[in-house]
Design a protein. Structure first.
Length: 717
């Protein structure tokens, strides 16, 4: 019997079907070892012994290790088939070490899709563990442990929170910096003026572009009214220009662009997208065939293999759409920070169309598969060709621009058109220069400039990728960690820093500027790439990191413990001593008297004032303001509250109103003893369920289901 070890049980099920009864396929279920918390400072690293790590098997993994050890002893040969990336390579090395397999000679299988041909090819061409990849992952793990443990100690004492970690800290800074820009932004008024004209029985919109030969700019109602008064009832067509345009398809998905598209189209969180993609990669039963549906989903490459293009894409596109729709295989240039270790994310077979797959998978899995399938196939199809038309309508020194387009050849849009963000401009009727056009309506509109929006789960990943922070395998977990540790909140995907997040960035900027520097973090990622490529030794990288970091740490430690409490500039109303910012045992900051303990005055927290947004409420016409809820989360609300309860997220999207629940006889527990006409039903409170009256809010009677709390007064006074 031969043993094949993979990472996930789902993958072992798929691969086991291809290899037959001579093979046993088991899963390690991720990492089987991690750094211990033994040794000096609980680091699990012997710094003096050239950063020797102390690896330990977690309690929850001992059963898995015991099962793998027994199977390895019984096997005539062991194949390590973990994921084809740094983490996967490290898992293979740990498996070899724990199972006492020869690291240099144990067979290592690498495949980028889970299909029978891919597995067969991997079995026929096994390789060995790549120690450069292992050392790159080990370096990252050791550096993260040192930064995390050391910095957390100081942050816990100073502001009561733990360090967010190396990549998370730099990402958190971007989110906080963006929020600071938004908070400091002052909206400025401006106006746009559109007209509606009728040409050939078709009503069209044209925007004012020039006034007396100069680009149109307007910042007040008075200016806008003056311009509106100049618009004549008949406008002259002074120019008509037509130009061809070729629109090429977007590249197939990388991890980053897949997460961005899934958020934009379906509002999937990054974690959800990765979880679904993992399932599609590991394999599902489609039409009695258990097969991986997409290639490896952690990649930064837009490359597609020539074999897939020639054997799968070309015949499919020709047969379904025709020769004219066939594109070409682009040679993608390797950009900065791109490892290009794997292909782009694509379907493993063109015959498994989204329509076929949708019959066998969940709704969300079908959505993501369709997105991946259509994007990959569109990238290999012919470009779209359009004719752009621009018409200038003039009168009284005012120039209006009327734009339109006509599709000459749809190209890739026949498969990807549903996912395109940009809507086509209208097709214009035949308009000739010198023609007179009648004015139908004028639409002046007051607007206000807006700050850059808060990052959402798509745009933060794009920013991380552009700045070289993190890698495809860490994008989703980075955001997930920040949310889990309550450094940021995610409201419908919009990321807003909490008070803890803001305080963490302030302190890190002051004492550890490198940790929150995107340049420093990107440089460290680059060093890991160099280790992977064999251009930098593990020990060299660790020494280059550890020396400067510990120098900064020691300075910060001394300064942080010596720095006096920050004075607020106010005096204590009780004793006259200065008021200072303090931190309680829970790590919460407050303002108290510097004369403590002789004076115990604590200033009450001031209510955060509402900030105007420069917009008006769509329901009642009152000004909209930025507000902060009890969790510290920002949102937009009406200044006329509680008369008007309109709210929206910080990006301006109205909050969905909850419908009043409808109760039927099957929900009734017993008649209401207070109003006598309603019934008590089970309702959900903030912390526990309770019995409430169906006549709420007219009757506020309720009983706690937890008998320890007892029933409240019927009048609810």
């Amino acid at each position: 019997m031969k043993l094949v070890i993979v990472e996930s049980p789902k993958k072992s099920e798929t691969i086991g079907r291809y290899l037959g009864t001579d093979y046993k396929v088991l899963a390690s279920e991720g990492h089987i070892r991690d750094l211990s918390t033994r040794g000096k400072g609980g680091l699990g690293i012997n710094i003096e012994a050239n950063f020797k790590p102390d690896w330990a098997i977690p309690e929850k993994k001992r059963g898995v290790v015991a099962k793998l050890t027994k199977a390895a002893k019984e096997a005539e040969q062991v194949f390590l088939a973990t994921d084809p990336d740094r983490e996967g390579e490290a898992i293979s090395w740990h498996l070899a070490e724990v199972l006492k397999l020869p690291v240099d000679t144990t067979s290592r299988l690498r495949f980028h899709e889970i299909t029978k041909p891919a597995i067969t090819q991997a079995m026929e061409n096994p390789s060995h563990i790549d120690m450069n990849l292992v050392k790159a992952q080990e370096t990252r793990r050791l550096e993260d442990r040192i930064i995390g443990f050391k910095v957390s100690t100081l942050l816990q004492r100073n502001i009561g929170v733990k360090s967010a970690g190396r990549v998370q800290s730099a990402t958190l800074r971007m989110i906080v910096d963006r929020q600071n820009e938004i908070d400091a932004f002052v909206p400025e008024e401006y106006w746009t003026i559109e007209i509606i004209v009728e040409v050939g029985g078709k009503k069209l919109k044209a925007a004012l572009s020039k006034v007396d030969g100069k680009p149109f700019k307007c910042s007040s109602k008075e200016e806008a009214d003056a311009i509106v008064a100049r618009i004549p009832q008949i406008l002259l067509v002074t120019s008509v220009s037509k130009s061809p345009k070729t629109i090429f398809p977007a590249a197939p998905f990388t991890t980053s662009t897949m997460q961005q598209a899934a958020y934009t189209k379906y509002k999937f969180s990054n974690a959800k997208t990765q979880s679904i993609a993992q399932r599609l990669y590991e394999g599902m039963t489609i039409n009695q065939e258990h097969v991986g549906l997409i290639t490896y989903m952690r990649t930064d490459s837009t490359r597609i293999s020539p074999e897939f293009f020639t054997r799968h894409a070309v015949p499919f596109i020709k047969e379904v759409y025709g020769d004219a729709y066939l594109g070409f295989l682009r040679e993608e240039k390797k950009g900065k920070n791109v490892q290009d270790a794997h292909e782009a994310i694509r379907p493993t077979g063109t015959h498994r169309t989204p329509e076929v797959v949708a019959q066998y998978v969940s709704s969300d899995e079908a959505k993501l598969y369709r997105l991946i399938y259509c994007r990959a196939m569109a990238s290999l199809m012919a470009p779209k060709k359009v004719e752009k038309t621009s018409v200038t309508l003039s009168g009284n020194g005012l120039d209006f621009t009327l734009s339109g387009s006509r599709t000459i050849f749809p190209g890739f849009e026949v498969i990807y058109g549903d996912f395109e963000d940009d809507k086509d401009e209208p097709t214009l009727p035949d308009i000739k220069e010198g023609e007179n056009i009648a004015l139908c309506k004028v639409n002046p509109e007051q607007k206000f400039t807006k700050p850059a929006p808060n990052y959402n789960e798509a745009s933060i990943v794009k920013a991380m990728e552009e700045k070289g922070i993190g890698r495809p395998s860490t994008y989703a977990t980075t955001i997930e960690t920040l949310i889990k540790r309550k450094y940021v909140t995610s409201t419908k995907g919009v990321l807003t820093p909490t008070d803890d997040g803001k305080k963490t960035v302030v302190v890190l900027k002051k004492y550890f500027p490198d940790i929150v520097s995107t340049d420093y973090t990107a440089k460290m990622e680059g060093e890991l790439d160099k280790i992977e490529d064999g251009n930098v030794e593990f020990l060299t990288a660790m020494n280059d990191f550890y020396g400067p970091f510990m120098e900064t740490f020691d300075q910060a430690k001394q300064k942080m413990y010596k720095d006096p409490p920050v004075e607020t500039g106010e005096m204590c109303p009780v004793c006259g001593n200065p008021l200072v910012v303090k931190t309680n045992r829970k790590g919460e900051q407050f303002i108290g008297c510097s004369g403590y303990p002789s004076c115990t005055y604590i200033k009450k927290a001031e209510k955060v004032p509402d900030e105007p947004t420069g917009q008006m409420c769509p329901e009642c016409g009152s000004p909209l303001v930025y507000k902060t809820n009890r969790k510290g989360e920002r949102f937009i609300g009406c200044s006329a509250f509680p008369k008007c309860r309109y709210t929206a997220s910080v990006d301006g999207k109205p909050t969905e109103k909850k419908e009043k629940p409808v109760y039927t006889e099957k929900d009734y527990v017993k008649p209401c003893p207070n109003c006598k006409t309603g019934f008590l039903v089970v309702k959900k409170g903030r912390k526990t369920s309770f019995l409430g009256c169906t006549n709420f809010p007219r009757c506020r009677y309720h009983e706690w289901l937890d008998s320890k709390k007892g029933s409240k007064d019927p009048e609810n006074k």
